[in-house]
Design a protein around this ligand. Sequence first.
Ligand SMILES: NC(=O)c1ccc[n+]([C@@H]2O[C@H](COP(=O)([O-])OP(=O)(O)OC[C@H]3O[C@@H](n4cnc5c(N)ncnc54)[C@H](O)[C@@H]3O)[C@@H](O)[C@H]2O)c1
Length: 260
Amino acid sequence: MSFNSRSVSLEGRRGLVTGIANDQSIAWGCSKAFRSLGAELAVTYLNEKTKSYVEPLAREVGVTMMLPLDLGVEGQLAAVFDEIAAQWGQLDFVLHSIAFAPREDLHGRVVDCSKGGFLQAMEISCWSFIRMAKLAEPLMSEGGTLFTMTYYGSQMVVEHYNLMGPVKAALESATRYLAAELGPQGIRVHAISPGPLQTRAASGIAEFDELLDKAQSKAPARSLVSIDDVGAAVAFLATDAAKLITGETLYIDGGYHIID
Ligand SMILES: NC(=O)c1ccc[n+]([C@@H]2O[C@H](COP(=O)([O-])OP(=O)(O)OC[C@H]3O[C@@H](n4cnc5c(N)ncnc54)[C@H](O)[C@@H]3O)[C@@H](O)[C@H]2O)c1
């Protein structure tokens, strides 16, 4: 296939976006980018309270389907995929942009974390991506792309990232295994690793401002990333132009990760 504007189009493609909490969410930046390349979207919201923030955003970009998804509620994830199967019958991409760890475990040393806190963080932030891949597989008979969000604290000990470090390391490893297992069916799988962004999830991390200052001063680009920067890269990876790129952990961090 020669490269042209059709190669970077998502016209006629359908995707599921999870993890929009508000207009600062990384998933919102991705939604705008997916829509601007022409994709049709289904988006999820955590609960009735979050719905009031997500609904106007969904309206702004013309989302087709809005569905509730709290991963702590048994059966709700399967119900999302059932609804997509019923309404669309197929799916081209899924964005998993969800993470959670109980505050007391996140704010302590990894060595002190509780079994319950560890398992809950793994379930909501990592296992749910594996389960989404399982539920998406039958809907991606023509191929597709799965995305999750990770962070550099998986590779290096980042002060205050604590328990989320090992959880994101598991998520990146799962990404590679899923990419290998689903690749023969044309399903690609990526972990996206943005630099620090001031979002609701980030507000749970202690001394987050220090992380932002360090990222800005140390990154070769001398710049923080925006949700739109992340969205542009993710939308590109969902297109046919990126059809032979899979299993990546892609840093969108102004180059921060290459500097000692
Ligand atoms: N903000 C950053 O600096 C940064 C950097 C790298 C990676 N990330 C990752 O990006 C992803 C999105 O986070 P964000 O920064 O956009 O923050 P955010 O708070 O906007 O998004 C987190 C989302 O997780 C959802 N969520 C939490 N528990 C859930 C549950 N039980 N069921 C369903 N949804 C649940 C929330 O509703 C929210 O929409 C996360 O995986 C995060 O770890 C964030």
